[in-house]
Write a protein that binds this ligand. Structure first.
Ligand code: ATP
Ligand code: MG
Length: 361
């Protein structure tokens, strides 16, 4: 088990012209399950490879249990890594592939057999142990590859790089739960990379959201949903994502095209900003609020998505199933003052926002 600490770790693949990873300093606590969540190309694999030692960062240092391992090779870091695509030896049977990492570590033969059986059962591949990997379906090959990452018991951390991408939806759910159980049983530090928010939120104790090479927020699924510290978190987490609007602040009063939107809790706010509110926190109101045109209603069975427009902008509200509105008609919405935010032009959280008392029409 291990604590992994990054100190100013950054990476450029082109000698410093562009950075795939901007400086990150953080600690991955011993025994916790982390998800690294972000869109394609944001630097997830780059970060994982730096932790495992496949890649030496162009800047900064990596520490495992307080020891500087920046120049230590992968084999000596005691970290298991499962890649996005199967990495297997096709000259060996599935069993031999699973045995390999243990033989390398000189684990006693009886122990190897026992452990391989355990992992094969966990992953549901007991019947495939004597096959050659190339004879298996591609999703099974990935599961064997996953097994290779899980088979060692002495690792300090396991890094999963989107391990379930090629697995079908139903089995994915089962496998993720099994991985979660395994994590709880072994207490090994786990970093799980994905671009699927549901996968991240259900698997991890803590989710790290990345965008364009930067870590934009780390937190529980709840805090990412309720208190997005960066516009990207508002946009990327939640379905649909946050509504945004360009606003002008003048002594903390926010307006859009001269019409009042709300008042920022932070005093003395001036200049261009962005207002953001999640669809869940736009609240139907019979009194004060913003009046919108109702463009479309999506009835999702347990809730409704109300597509709204007003002047030059559009919002989506997520309401209870019982909410009634007429397409083509008007509807008034207010927002929860604890759950509406103003962001600066670097997309960073500045303050919460209360609805305007004037009503904002
Ligand atoms: N070996 C490499 N040489 C040059 N550029 C690279 C290399 N590997 C990655 N990059 C670039 O670095 C950036 C981050 O890539 P990375 O693979 O870390 O992203 P990712 O978040 O893992 O994406 P995905 O979800 O698609 O796997 C991208 O712009 C990518 O094109
Ligand atoms: Mg990747």
């Amino acid at each position: 088990m291990a604590e992994i600490r990054l100190e100013g770790v950054a990476h450029s693949y082109d000698g410093g012209k562009t950075y795939a990873l901007n400086p990150i300093s953080m600690t991955w606590e011993d025994g916790k399950a982390y998800a690294l969540l972000g869109p394609s190309g944001c630097g997830k694999t780059t970060l994982l490879n730096i932790i495992s030692g496949l890649l030496k960062p162009s800047e900064g240092k990596v520490f495992i249990d307080g020891k500087d391992v920046t120049d230590v090779i992968t084999d000596d870091r005691n970290i298991a890594q499962v890649f996005q695509f199967p990495v297997l030896y096709d000259t060996m049977s599935v069993r031999k592939n699973l045995e390999f990492p243990l033989k390398n570590r000189k684990v006693p033969r009886e122990k190897i057999a026992e452990r391989v059986k355990e992992i094969a059962e966990l992953l549901g591949i007991e019947d495939d142990l004597d096959s050659k990997p190339s004879k298996l379906r591609s999703d099974l090959q990935q599961i064997v590859s996953l097994g290779r990452g899980l088979v060692r018991e002495d690792v300090s951390a396991i890094l999963f790089d989107e391990p379930l991408t090629v697995i079908d939806q139903n089995f994915k759910w089962t496998l993720r739960n099994r991985l979660k159980r395994l994590h709880l049983a072994t207490g090994v530090t786990v970093v799980y990379v994905t671009h699927d928010q549901t996968e991240a939120l259900t698997f991890a104790d803590e989710v790290l959201v990345m965008d364009k090479g930067s870590l934009v927020q780390a937190g529980t699924s709840e805090s990412l949903f309720l208190e997005p510290q960066h516009e990207f978190v508002g946009y990327f987490i939640g379905s649909p994502g946050m509504n945004f609007l360009d606003v002008e602040a003048s002594a903390s009063e926010l307006t859009h095209n001269g019409k009042p939107i709300g008042k920022a809790a932070k005093a003395g706010l001036n200049g261009r900003h962005r207002f953001g509110v999640r669809p869940e926190f736009l609240i139907p109101s019979s009194e004060a609020g913003m009046e919108f045109n109702v463009d479309r209603i999506e009835d999702r069975g347990v809730f409704k998505l109300i597509h709204l427009s007003k002047d030059d902008f559009k919002f989506i509200a997520k309401t209870e199933e019982s909410y009634e509105a007429k397409v083509g008609g008007k509807a008034t919405f207010s927002f929860d003052p604890k759950r509406a935010f103003v962001y600066d032009l670097n997309q960073k959280f500045v303050s919460t926002v209360s609805p305007s008392s004037q009503g904002g029409n």
